[in-house]
Design a binder for this molecule. Structure first.
Ligand SMILES: Nc1ncnc2c1ncn2[C@@H]1O[C@H](COP(=O)(O)OP(=O)(O)O)[C@@H](O)[C@H]1O
Ligand SMILES: [Mg+2]
Length: 259
């Protein structure tokens, strides 16, 4: 890593879908080692921002910098190798594979290359598989999921699936992890576990997080800084104490005739 003061920086990001301006001139930065929250009402443009940062959507305007390198428009798989991972609002597990197999698939990302290598360098491939297996077991152990190692992922609870998603990010050396609603569909007990694991990954493994979440307790618990989006723009950013008392935020969530 360079001496950059921000690990992620977005400048004037914008995305239009036809006539709809989903994101309009969003700028913010995320410091290395920090946990930043991204909140806002449904349709505010949060997921679209993540998609542009993670290379899944091309911005209509604006730039994305990772470690001071301009990565605007760089595809997801190349960002992945630069240490940027993301999870999805709806968990993306393979239902008919076990927890262990799900993590191993996430670890064996370059299938094409492996297929080639297996002909010419079988020993190297076997060693790599051993390494992937070890990493997968380490992730399950870290996340407290060893008891579901051989369970089909489709049978896991909502919370266990979210923990498995965190496990996917542990199959590579992540620097920046974007979490899209890690608390969605998680029961209150496992919610505490998800929060605890995010904090441990931050403190013990040095992951920097940017988290979209509707659960304000999760955000208040974990995030040093929270960015509030509404209608594609940044309404304000600050600590949760500042966010909580901001009239504009209260208006964005509860304004109009919705109470
Ligand atoms: N692929 C798409 N095509 C057209 N409109 C989209 C697409 N993705 C998102 N939108 C629209 O962009 C706006 C922002 O969506 P999104 O980023 O998913 O919001 P959030 O994650 O904050 O709920 C919404 O009005 C949504 O309907
Ligand atoms: Mg969303």
């Amino acid at each position: 890593m360079t001496g950059a003061t921000s690990l992620l920086r977005v400048e004037e990001l914008a995305k239009n879908y036809g006539g709809l301006q989903a994101v309009r001139g969003v700028s913010f930065d995320v410091r290395p080692g920090g946990i930043t929250g991204l909140i806002g009402p449904n349709g505010a443009g949060k997921t679209t921002c993540f998609n542009m940062i993670a290379g899944a959507e091309t911005p209509s305007a604006g730039k994305v910098f990772l470690d001071d390198e301009d990565v605007t428009g760089v595809p997801t798989n190349r960002l992945y190798h630069k240490g940027l991972m993301r999870t999805f609002q709806l968990s993306h597990e393979y239902a008919r594979m076990t927890s262990l197999e799900n993590l191993m698939v996430a670890g064996a990302h370059q299938t094409g290359e492996n297929l080639f290598k297996s002909w010419f360098r079988p020993a190297e491939v076997a060693a790599r598989e051993g390494e992937i297996l070890e990493r997968a077991r380490d992730a399950l152990d870290f996340l407290g999921l060893t008891h579901v190692t051989d369970e089909l992922a489709g049978n896991l609870s909502g919370g266990q699936k979210k923990l498995l998603e965190l496990g996917r990010t542990m199959m590579h050396d992540a620097k920046l992890v974007l979490l899209d609603e890690p608390g969605a569909g998680v029961n209150p007990t496992l919610m505490l576990e998800v929060i605890r694991m995010i904090r441990r990954l931050n403190e013990e493994r040095g992951y920097t997080f940017c988290i979209i979440e509707h659960d304000m307790d999760l955000i208040a618990d974990l995030c040093e800084k929270t960015i509030v989006l509404a209608e594609g723009r940044i309404l304000m950013q600050g600590t949760m104490a500042e966010v909580r008392n901001d009239e504009r935020v209260i208006d964005a969530y509860f304004g109009g005739d919705v109470v």
